[in-house]
Ligand binder design. Structure first.
Ligand code: MLT
Length: 404
């Protein structure tokens, strides 16, 4: 008789954003006349930029002719895209990353969940708290997190690094030595980030204790401050201790198109075994690729027209972020983030848990946000609003919140 992976049974409820979607659908079905404004999940609303649409059309046409048709994509991704990534995202920033250290994928979400497969079953993970729930969830499925206490929402074998207003959302080195350290910078959900000097301290720490940093740079395009690194490889020594994950979802609107990549440097080794070679094996077997058409779209992200159009899109969302921040401040809320990331992180009103505030906002203002506790125990008492809505909806949501 087959047996199931019982670690799945340990996962409490459904994935955060599925839980929210179910709640919102139920409310909507019971109140069909209400116009709901969705500032919950970090899904983009602006259409794919013209330069990228043009590349998609061209690639689709190529698929219709025997001479230009493409079948299975190469394991690691097409050379044209990996070259564009290596040049634009790394070498132009002074980072020594080459094409053969880049692994194209169907998005940072899959990579965030799958990357833990490279490490031993008893590896100890450390996460910023709060953070994107996929890191912990995927380690729960792999059986690394121990037991869950529903009261405290804490996993016994996870090292939590609290990031709250008290420490300006900057994690401290954990007391217990981790094997894997997940850093999402700029952070989802707090929208805050680390200075380059602070990040260098983390790289030095990881090299010193023999840990690997899993660096999620999905929101890198939103960095506006000079002293913030755009890649972990801007830090000395990062190639021996860090894997970087990137996404085309938030900077280029690919949440529905799906494209991302992982960087696993050749220098990252454990007892002489190259993690890059291990991940290359995985790509060949598990076919974690993106279609030719999508990879051509990704290439267009780096064209001069693509860059200019996407800069405008990022500016559009950051205008929303500024409006949310100002609007909430006017309404008396304490707000964080929104400077280097498209997320605003606010304190829930006195006496309200983050799920209380979720219900309150949904029912009284018909606005959807994300409860902070969904991102980890230290997220309790906080709430996230995304700047990825349309400008009109963002302003309308603020008007409704101000009237509460
Ligand atoms: C978020 O809203 O935090 C994420 O982008 C949604 C997801 O990828 O699951």
């Amino acid at each position: 008789m087959f047996q199931i992976n019982t670690n799945y049974q340990k996962l409490p409820g459904s994935y955060l954003f599925s839980t929210i979607a179910k709640k919102v659908n139920a409310y909507s079905a019971a109140n069909p006349d209400k116009k709901i404004i969705r500032l919950g999940i970090g899904d983009v609303t602006q259409p794919i930029a013209p330069a990228i649409i043009e590349a998609l059309h061209k690639a689709v046409d190529e698929m219709g002719h025997a001479e230009t048709f493409h079948g299975y994509a190469p394991d690691l991704g097409y050379d044209f895209l990996r070259k564009a990534i290596a040049q634009n995202d790394y070498r132009d920033r002074g980072c020594d990353i080459s094409e053969d250290e880049i692994f194209v994928s169907d998005g940072a979400k899959s990579d965030s969940a799958n990357i833990q497969e490279l490490f031993a079953a008893d590896s100890k993970i450390a996460v910023c708290d709060p953070v994107y729930p996929v890191y912990v969830d995927s380690n729960v499925m792999a059986g690394r997190t121990g037991t869950y206490d529903p009261k405290t929402e804490i996993w016994s074998d996870v090292i939590y690094m609290p990031c709250t207003a008290d420490n300006h959302f900057v994690p401290e080195f954990p007391k217990e030595t981790p094997d894997l350290i997940y850093l999402c910078l700029p952070n989802n959900p707090t929208g805050t980030t680390l200075t380059k000097d602070k990040l260098q301290e983390w790289v030095d720490y990881a090299n010193r204790v023999g840990a690997v940093i899993i660096y999620d740079g999905a929101y890198e395009a939103y960095i506006s401050e000079e002293n913030v690194a755009h890649s972990v490889y801007e830090c000395d020594g990062a190639k021996t201790c860090a894997i970087e994950l990137k996404s085309f979802s938030k900077n280029a609107g690919f949440t529905g198109v799906r494209l991302g990549y992982a960087v696993v440097p050749k220098e990252l080794k454990c007892g002489g075994v190259s993690l890059r070679d291990m991940w290359a094996r995985r790509h060949g077997t598990k076919f974690n690729g993106a279609p030719y058409i999508v990879q051509r779209a990704g290439e267009a992200v780096y064209s001069p027209e693509g860059k200019a159009q996407l800069k405008e899109q990022v500016a559009y969302y950051m205008k929303n972020a500024a409006a949310i921040k100002e609007g909430l401040k006017d309404a008396g809320y304490t707000v964080f983030g929104g400077v280097n990331a498209p997320y605003i992180w606010l304190k829930t009103p006195e006496g309200m848990t983050s799920w209380d505030f979720f219900d309150y906002l949904l029912e009284q203002a018909n606005v959807v946000g994300t409860p902070g506790s969904g991102f980890g125990p230290s997220g309790e008492g906080y709430f996230r609003l995304t700047a990825f809505g349309t400008y009109e909806n963002t302003l309308a949501a603020l008007e409704r919140i101000k009237k509460l």
